[in-house]
Design a protein around this ligand. Sequence first.
Ligand code: CUA
Length: 228
Amino acid sequence: MSTWANLGLQDSASPLMEQLIFFHDHALLILVMITVLVGYLMFMLFFNNYINRFLLHGQLIEMIWTILPAIILLFIALPSLRLLYLLDEINEPSVTLKSIGHQWYWSYEYSDFNNVEFDSYMIPTNELENDGFRLLDVDNRIVLPMNSQIRILVTAADVIHSWTIPALGVKVDGTPGRLNQTNFFINRPGLFYGQCSEICGANHSFMPIVIESVPVNYFIKWISNNVI
Ligand code: CUA
């Protein structure tokens, strides 16, 4: 989760988020280089003496500064497309979790395990334990196995919500009447926090998501205790 003074991206907990961070850094580097170059050129204009009074055209330089930006944009566009298709790939998931957005809480269903289902409400500030995170902790966490491909099905019961976990690089809209799909692979144990990120009404800020990432045998233990 994000903590004090953390203004950048959160540390990744999945290979996809790692790739997203790499792409972000790559694009930012190109952006910085363009900004520095254009800034330098603009600054140097102040010292232009207008010596070339008879210069009316320059075919070569026009060609260069038309084609060069197009090539630079390709260096952003192609990795971006690669990521886009990578994010959409479903790699034979071993667990499927269905999350349904409601005003204003999430409910979850483990369709593979006798349809274990539960609601997940935010813990109100006045009921928070001393080690709880305000506006972020929930009463029932999602438990998922780490080092496994996980498929998420997202939908909603009333208005549009968005199931968003920054550390996993997941952000999927839950839309009534539709079933959206995404997948991720958690590569370390821990708690991963997320929030709804579709303005869905008065308590939009109060429907957080908590994933408890545990080793597979712990997950099996947990799910078998919950299967009726
Ligand atoms: Cu649900 Cu915002």
